[in-house]
Design a protein around this ligand. Sequence first.
Ligand SMILES: *Cc1c(COP(=O)(O)O)cnc(C)c1O
Length: 364
Amino acid sequence: MSFERNNIHAMTGYTSGEQPERPDIIKLNTNENPYPPGPAVESALRGIQVQSLRRYPPPTASLLRQSLAQLHKVEADNLIVTNGGDELLRLVLATFVEPATSSAGGECIAVADPSYSLYDVLAAAHGCGLKKFPLRADWSLPPDFAAQLNAAGVKLCFIVNPHAPSGHLASPAEVEKIAREFRGVLVLDEAYVDFVDPELGHDCIPLAMRLDNVLILRTLSKGYSLAGLRMAYGIGARALIDPMQYKTKDSYNTDYIAQTLARAAIEDQAYAAETWRRVREQRAWLVARLDELGLRTPPSQSNFVLATVPAPHSAAAVYQALKDAGILVRYFKLPGLEDKLRITIGAPEENQRLVAELTRILKR
Ligand SMILES: *Cc1c(COP(=O)(O)O)cnc(C)c1O
């Protein structure tokens, strides 16, 4: 006997990247930051008094939102803090998209294809439609993207920028053109934006402050080495933030410990920025070595690269051989990605081990 709603019964859950128990595995498969959280986070953790857990935490993470407001030069009211980016994605669907069963008639969301596969899972669980719009060969968005969305009657669209799994970056001007033309809510998933080369001066926050249909997602999971803490936030106009902040989110969606540690991490920008610089340095190093081995990668502004495995080798076989050697990378058995591996940028020793193993595997 199944008690599930029909759409839940019919759907398949999200497949996370493998999280091995063995500490000696080199993990280049889930885009975590290879460097530890900073000393400010460690001392904040040590400073937490267990008695402070007796009370409920600030419901909208007010102190953390103040720190974030200062960092991004926005008002605290333009920010919502969530239990990981995944909660924010769930909230936008619950708040802005009618499910198929709605008496108002079901709405649909859109994603560029390929993209973060969690969007499909969340849409299935919410019970709304999902339309996929193919990216161009260089992973950029088609020039008539907004027109395509409008023609398909899309209510809300997710764009990952920098894009996953390619690392391609769309410029703020390109994003603005889409946002101005699109008649729905545009969610910019900036999970990897911290790794963008600062010389590009990339910044979509002013855009989210000017337009009332742009919501930006940021997470502490990648840039701040805090994937285990489950903290993220949204930035946008109050018309987008308020209904989530005061109606659809859990009243105490983030806990006191997470709020305290997240604030310590956000207030120590110098430490985080140094990890980003090192990741960019290693990214350039790894891209050059992969190139020498014949594995081409499109330019990445993220903390991973998407490498094409040259024939006659198969990406699936190289993935398995690396795994046998104790190195995990990500292989997606999806159209357009079958010959590719997504490789997270690790610490220098990890990247060197990866290159050594790849050299050995490709010589066989
Ligand atoms: C990691 C990631 C997120 C958010 O992850 P959380 O750990 O839930 O904050 C969102 N979008 C993309 C594309 C990601 O890779």
